[in-house]
Every structure is written in C-alpha cells, then in structure tokens.
Design a binder for this molecule. Structure first.
Ligand code: FMN
Length: 181
C-alpha cells in the first residue's frame, strides 16, 4: 500500500475480532511511530500498551467517563495503547520558559497528535484497525497504570483486527479547508 492509499483508506475501527496482536506486530507499530517528527526531535510521546484482558475490562468499565461506546470498543479490542507525553520539554527553553509564548506548552499535544496518527497509519499498513479515543478518564488511566509524575495521558488508541468494513465519514473539499495566496 502506498502512502496516499494508506492515508485515504485508514478508518477509525470500533469493532474487532478475537484475533490477538503479537508482540512483534505491536513492536513494529511502536517503532514506526518513533519516526514521527517532534519539537526539536524531543520525542516525548510514550506508549503504554495493554493486552491483559482483566485490565482492559477494568478500563472499559471505569475509565471512559460514562461514554459506553468507548467502553464497548475497549472491551472488544486486542490491545489498548494509552499514549502519554513527558511534560515540560516540547515548546520549552532550557530555562523553563516557553519558546513561543503564543503556543505555550501546546507543542507537546501537537507532537502527541502527529505520533498518534503515525501510529495509526503504521497499524493500518499491517492490516490492524485502530481508533483514537479522547473521551477517556485521563487521571484514572494515569493512576491505574502507575505512570510517572512527569507524564500526562494524551489519548487512548484501541487496536485489533477489523470485524467489519467501516464507512468513511464525509470530508471537506480542498476549497473549504484551504486558502491559496
Ligand atoms: C482527538 C480525537 C479524539 C477522538 N475521540 C474519539 C472517541 O472518544 N471515540 C471514538 O469512537 N472516536 C473518536 N475519535 C475518532 C473520530 O470520531 C474519527 O477520526 C472521525 O469521525 C473520522 O473518521 P475516520 O477516522 O474513520 O476517518 C477521535 C479522533 C480524534 C482525532
């Protein structure tokens, strides 16, 4: 699959078969995500990957802010990648001030988003479906996984093999989203 096809055919996948993901496959997806660009190559994204069924069940029941659709997706997935970021680096000068005050610390989330999309595109090339989930309980995930104090949860990505063909939600045309000067 070439890059353009990969970008256009990736879909958010919310229902999965029972097929498990091997450690080799997960390692390859994480490795591909490390190729994402980041602020001064700071590479602050971290991947906390859960395949333990009991833990997945716990998260599906207690860390989805009562959004039951995400609970169902997590209960069905083969793996959940909780993305976290090391704080205080992306967008910061060595003395702790912001490099671009207008952006503050938001470069950290910018980098997290690029890494997440790279992760999902890599998964897609390997036939693995994914969905980025923002409606999750960040504090609960942080404490459940015992993440370091200097890391912040940015999203959770459910992974697994497709059990259906997801439809593409409509996209805006270039004329709607671009201005040419
Ligand atoms: C930051 C972000 C948060 C999202 N949160 C959720 C979520 O909580 N649950 C969900 O099912 N999908 C979630 N999505 C997936 C979007 O709904 C999906 O990307 C969008 O509808 C376009 O569909 P597509 O990914 O198949 O192209 C999220 C996507 C992004 C980028």
């Amino acid at each position: 699959m070439d890059a353009m096809e990969c970008i256009k055919t990736r879909r958010s996948v919310r229902h999965f078969t029972d097929r498990e993901l091997t450690r080799e496959t997960l390692d390859e997806i994480v490795s591909a995500a490390s190729y994402a660009p980041s602020w001064k190559n700071s590479q602050t994204a971290r991947w906390n990957i859960i395949t333990d069924k009991e833990l997945l069940k716990n998260i599906s029941e207690t860390a989805v802010m009562s959004f039951s659709k995400n609970g169902a997706t997590i209960a069905e997935c083969a793996a959940l990648a909780v993305e976290s970021t090391v704080t205080g680096i992306a967008g910061f000068e060595p003395d702790g001030s912001y490099t671009t005050p207008a952006m503050g610390d938001r470069w950290e989330m910018y980098d997290a988003g690029i890494a997440a999309q790279t992760f999902c595109l890599a998964a897609h090339t390997m036939g693995v479906g994914s969905v980025i989930m923002g409606i999750v309980d960040f504090d609960r995930l942080h404490s459940l996984l015992g993440l370091p104090e200097n890391e912040k949860v940015s999203a959770a990505i459910a992974l697994g093999y497709y059990s259906y063909e997801p439809k593409m939600p409509p996209r805006r045309s270039p004329g709607e989203i671009a201005r040419f000067f």
